[in-house]
Design a protein around this ligand. Structure first.
Ligand code: PLP
Length: 447
């Protein structure tokens, strides 16, 4: 008789098509099937325990199965699981919007809900576009993005995406965007200062020539996530923001990955006191519990849509589950818990702890660069440390390190040759120590 695991594995193989996964590889491997979670641990159906070393794709804040979040969702479940936000409201959605307006960078007072980071980005793109249209400046239709940008997988988000492997195949069906270089210091001959100068020069060029055709610039502030956990040189975000302001182009900050303490402050924009016109949040908003995202807008943006019904300036956009009460209740409880546990401030000390522990990697032969901002860590592995020659795609170096980490009891997912470490913010130093031990051992064993 086949085991519970074997039955599930067979059904999984027969019916589930996994995201961002080459199914031929996957179907020839033993699938990991998670059954439950507790704190920073996940357990598979065979009872094996794993540290959640990538916060279930960068979103878990407090760990799994958190009593306070469970309780908030259960309480809300006893009232109503869902009702629409189209022309009516629900209690948690109102309370959460007020809370977000309070903690977000200055001026972002209006909250438009959605259900994933990508839909939050679609909303920001459409809002920016219609903002200019409603204001009678309908030539401002273009967007600026950055090399290696990732903003999600829906068509608008892919249009402003710039990772060739993910996005090029779709190019013929997308709207074109102006792509400027991202300041990738490690891969720039002149280092951080020169990389930043190139970025700002390119931005200035586009803006000087075409500002009247451009609606907005979209950026992952301070850290480019899926592009390889690449840190912006200090001051760069502030310069980008001030150029956008100077030339009358809206700034969209995509904080889906960086928000809610992940990059060391509540929002990555807080590092440089930047207040964007539109802010996209998701992932950690609910502590990583439920699919809620939001696009925050300034009063100025909101006012461009605020008109007589007959003028047809309405933002005609919405999703069935927009403002879902269960999700909003989870988000409120998560923010409450962040505050009670002082997670952002305590996280700063833990980030230093992580940095010190990772110093053990510095002298090793295939470590190109260890990059970190807060709880976002990327370790770029290189074939040749001196010349910085990259491993080839065929080496599968990141995948092999992740596989080794899984054998040793920690889950993570690489970005090409970059090993990713993104533990839940609530991890204790003891847990971080154990996770880093596995991380280092996996890298040493494979390289
Ligand atoms: N934007 C950024 C910066 C992201 O990192 C991601 C996901 O990783 C997204 C958008 C898309 O979010 P979602 O996967 O919730 O659609």
């Amino acid at each position: 008789m086949s085991s519970h695991y074997e039955r599930l594995a067979a059904m999984n193989k027969a019916h589930v098509w996994h995201p961002f996964t080459q199914m031929k590889d996957y179907n020839n491997s033993d699938p990991l099937i998670i059954e439950r979670g507790e704190g920073v641990m996940l357990y598979d159906v065979q009872g094996r325990a794993y540290y959640d070393g990538f916060s279930s794709v960068w979103l878990n804040v407090h760990g799994h199965n958190v009593p306070e979040l469970n309780q908030a969702i259960t309480d809300q479940l006893g009232r109503v699981a869902h009702s629409t936000l189209l022309g009516m409201a629900n209690v948690p959605a109102i309370e959460l919007a007020a809370k977000l307006a309070q903690i977000a960078p200055a001026g972002l007072t209006k909250v438009f809900y959605s259900d994933s980071g990508a839909t939050g980005v679609e909303i920001a793109i459409k809002m920016a576009f219609q903002y200019w249209y409603n204001r009678g400046q309908s030539s401002k239709t273009g967007f600026i993005t950055m090399n290696q940008a990732y903003h999600g997988d829906t068509i608008g988000a892919v249009s402003v995406g710039a990772i060739p492997l993910y996005h090029d195949v779709f190019r013929p069906m997308l709207f074109p965007a102006h792509t400027i270089p991202y300041p990738y210091a490690y891969r720039h001959e002149g280092g951080a200062a020169a990389a930043m100068e190139d970025t700002l020069d390119a931005l200035r060029d586009v803006l000087e020539q075409r500002a009247d055709e451009i609606a907005a610039l979209i950026v992952e502030p301070m850290v480019q996530g899926a592009g390889g956990i690449i840190l912006m040189p200090p001051g760069c975000l502030r310069e980008i923001a001030s150029l956008c302001r100077k030339y009358g182009v809206l700034l969209i900050a995509d904080e889906v990955a960086t928000g809610f303490g992940r990059a060391g402050e509540m929002f990555a924009c807080d590092h440089e006191q930047v207040s964007p016109d539109l802010l996209v949040i998701g992932k950690g908003l609910t502590g990583g519990y439920l699919p809620v995202a939001a696009t925050l807008a300034t009063g100025d943006i909101f006012d461009a849509f605020y008109a007589e019904y007959e003028e047809q300036k309405t933002f005609f956009h919405g999703h069935s589950f927009t403002g879902n009460p269960l999700g909003c209740a989870a988000a409120l409880a998560s923010l409450d818990l962040m505050q009670k546990r002082n997670l952002i401030e305590e996280g700063k000390g833990k980030a230093v702890f992580i940095r010190q522990k990772l110093e053990a990697l510095a002298g090793r032969p295939h470590i190109g660069e260890v990059r970190q901002l807060g709880f976002m860590i990327g370790i770029e592995l290189v074939k040749d440390k001196r010349t910085r020659e990259a491993f080839s795609w065929k080496d599968r170096i990141g995948v092999r390190v992740s596989q080794r980490a899984r054998e040793l009891g920690m889950l993570t997912r690489p970005l090409g040759n970059v090993v990713v470490f993104m533990p839940p913010l609530a991890s204790t130093e003891e847990q971080l120590d154990a996770m880093i031990h596995i991380l280092i051992r996996s890298i040493v064993d494979i390289t």
